[in-house]
Ligand binder design. Structure first.
Ligand SMILES: [Zn+2]
Length: 336
């Protein structure tokens, strides 16, 4: 029942719905040439949602085609700038892809539907994202296969707090389809720890660890199979602007050597698909230009989520690491 209430309440707001003042990139960060800086594994994450009063219905063909073209422009921009993309889709958009994205609608995507093109031609990752009011994570994973895409094993968004609203422990076991009961899906990794209606503290951890249980989410328990990729400091790319100040705070702190060089740092730039327009593409493009020098210096490494987890397992030997955004040292006063 608690879960049902959460689900109903969640309809009212999109994911990551905080409205904050647009904050542009800020002053350039000066980096000493021989700073022993760690790297930040960064990716761009996008969500589409279930249709509701705030979110579009992609099964509206005209809206779908318009949104698809803007999404295509966004993808081309990400690709051109050498960044990475995790496309996290709920059921409604995937149904629209299956219904409309066939034949001659596939303009500019090598004759493939938009999701298949992203995965096969651009090397992006597709993760299920489910609010699970009707379609479970397993159903959404199955819907990916109906458009010719193998979904990742990443849970693309979940509630971690308060604990009574947290439902992520269910992903320790295979999830069953509700609409497609013959299908199941087994998650390996959690991503996108959010709070009930985003009214609490959305998680802003850098790092990867194995959450112990819903009452001890930040405690690593090596006996747990599921790992969690931290969101890093809050970011947002919207038509209002690009708020990447949290990423720049990390870059600045890392370049001053005030974060551990041995840490394993993760973050993302978040975009909502429902409000996608060319202004978003433009703001993202400029944000990627702002970040480019730090990519060249190795302080930022573009890395989609699966690659980031695999790297954590192989290069970091699956060691738990977590740094809260709030623990990042404050930026140095300019001119000091
Ligand atoms: Zn969502």
């Amino acid at each position: 029942m608690v879960k049902r209430l959460w689900l109903l309440a969640a309809l009212a707001l999109p994911c990551f719905a905080q409205i904050r003042p647009a904050q542009l990139s800020g002053p350039p960060v000066r980096i000493p040439s021989k700073a022993p800086a760690p790297t930040l594994y960064l990716t761009i994450v996008m969500h589409n949602e279930e249709p509701n009063i705030r979110q579009p219905d992609y099964l509206n063909r005209e809206f779908y085609l318009q949104n698809r073209e803007t999404l295509r422009q966004l993808c081309l921009t990400i690709r051109k700038k050498g960044a990475t993309f995790n496309f996290q889709s709920d059921w409604n958009f995937l149904q629209a892809v299956a219904k409309y994205d066939t034949g001659d609608v596939g303009g500019g995507t090598n004759g493939k539907n938009i999701v298949k093109w992203m995965v096969e031609d651009l090397g992006f990752e597709a993760d299920p994202h489910a609010h699970a009011t009707k379609y479970s994570y397993a159903d959404v994973a199955y819907l990916h296969t109906t458009v010719g895409v193998e979904p990742s094993k990443i849970v693309g968004g979940f509630i971690w707090a308060p604990p009574e609203s947290a439902h992520w422990e269910e992903f320790r076991e295979p999830i069953k389809g509700r609409i497609y009961p013959s299908h199941s899906w087994t998650a390996e990794t959690l991503w996108g720890a959010a709070t009930f209606l985003h009214q609490g503290k959305d998680d802003q951890s850098f790092g990867i660890w194995r959450p112990k249980d819903k009452n001890n989410f930040h405690v690593d328990d090596p006996s747990q199979r599921l790992n969690n990729i931290g969101n890093g400091c809050y970011t947002s790319i919207s038509s209002k602007g690009a708020d990447i100040a949290g990423v720049l705070r990390f870059v600045e702190a890392a370049s001053r050597g005030v974060v551990s060089p041995d840490g394993y740092y993760t973050a993302n730039l978040f975009i909502s698909q429902g409000r996608l327009d060319l202004a978003v593409v433009d703001h993202l493009s400029k944000a990627l230009d702002t970040l480019e020098p730090y990519v060249k210096q190795g302080i930022i490494t573009w890395s989609p989520l699966m690659r980031t987890v695999n790297r954590w397992r192989s290069e970091y030997k699956s060691k738990a690491f977590r740094l809260d955004c709030a623990e990042l040292p404050p930026a140095e006063t300019p001119g000091k």
